[in-house]
Design a protein around this ligand. Structure first.
Ligand SMILES: Nc1nc2c(ncn2[C@@H]2O[C@H](COP(=O)(O)OP(=O)(O)OP(=O)(O)O)[C@@H](O)[C@H]2O)c(=O)[nH]1
Ligand SMILES: [Mg+2]
Length: 276
């Protein structure tokens, strides 16, 4: 496998919105990335800027053909969804089969319904996350509540704002994963995974900020079996020592230090969560 061929599939309304956000944020610029949406709201698909928009009408052979055509040649497929979606629970098995037929690395970003959402959504999410954990190479399985933390400075936060945060964070996560995968294509399989990022004036401060990223749990990092860390510049030795001191002696550390000019340093982290 040489050239990157990436397909980002937004499934359901939330997934389509996340894909829209990724397109405006220029995720995967210059990295050969196509965007696809799959959903049961035809009006939403009509306004989508994605290259392919698959409407889940009743003809399942047609859906399969269109998804297959859209994923042709992919070596990395991102699946992005609000996992409580009825569209996702309907289409995910077929999307996963199509992605597997391409021998692509499959990475899912999925948020679980907010606690107050109805039982049907919870049921859809359990179904979707089950098959994603079984079939995908990497799954970022995130309870929607976690995104509230990004807006704690606000007295009132609407659910729409929280979903907006989720879409931004997914865009960031896809970018981090793409950078990692582009560096080393063997870094695609993380199982049940988490990611984070941070900024600082030194590599150490950037890494410390990344460890504090709201989606990460320091205890989980300590127990990680496998961890990827990237810093974009600075003196990386103290940062590496900090991470080494945090993780277990058996943990496998993939360390990438770049030298990208700029006054701030960006650190990103991806790790495999301990199975529970
Ligand atoms: N990441 C993300 N999740 C969202 C967003 N909007 C809603 N959600 C979540 O996504 C889940 C599924 O909702 P929708 O995406 O609207 O589902 P759908 O595809 O329209 O299918 P229905 O179940 O018929 O509504 C909900 O349980 C929410 O938790 C969004 O903009 N981004
Ligand atoms: Mg909906």
């Amino acid at each position: 496998m040489d050239k990157l061929n990436v397909k980002v599939v937004g499934v359901g309304e939330g997934g389509a919105k996340a894909v829209g956000k990724m397109m405006t944020a220029s995720v995967g610029m210059g990295k050969n990335v196509d965007f696809i949406t799959v959903g049961n709201d035809e009006n939403l698909l009509l306004v989508s800027a994605a290259k392919t928009n698959v409407f889940l009408n009743r003809d399942s052979t047609m859906i399969y053909k269109r998804v297959t055509a859209a994923l042709r040649g992919a070596n990395l497929v991102f699946i992005v969804t609000g996992a409580g979606s009825s569209a996702a629970s309907k289409a995910l098995p077929e999307i996963l089969t199509c992605a597997k037929n391409q021998n692509a690395t499959i990475v899912a970003f999925a948020n679980r319904p907010f606690v107050l959402e109805n039982a049907a959504r919870k049921q859809n999410a359990d179904f979707c996350l089950n098959i994603l954990h079984r079939e995908a190479d990497t799954v970022f399985d995130i309870p929607t509540e976690k995104f509230f933390v990004f807006r704690l400075h606000q007295m009132q936060v609407s659910l729409a704002e929280v979903f907006d945060v989720a879409n931004d964070v997914f865009a960031q996560g896809a970018d981090i994963f793409l950078d990692m995968f582009a560096k080393d294509k063997s870094l695609g399989k993380w199982g049940n995974a988490a990611f984070g990022c941070g900024l600082g004036f030194t590599a150490l401060d950037a890494v410390k900020a990344a460890v504090k990223f709201p989606l990460l749990d320091a205890d989980e990092i300590k127990q990680a079996s496998k961890i990827f860390v990237r810093v974009t510049g600075g003196n990386d030795a103290p940062a590496k020592k900090f991470i080494r001191g945090m993780i277990g002696a058996d943990a496998k550390l993939f360390w990438h230090a770049d030298k990208i000019p700029g006054d701030k340093i960006f650190a990103s982290i991806v790790f495999s969560r301990k199975e529970v």
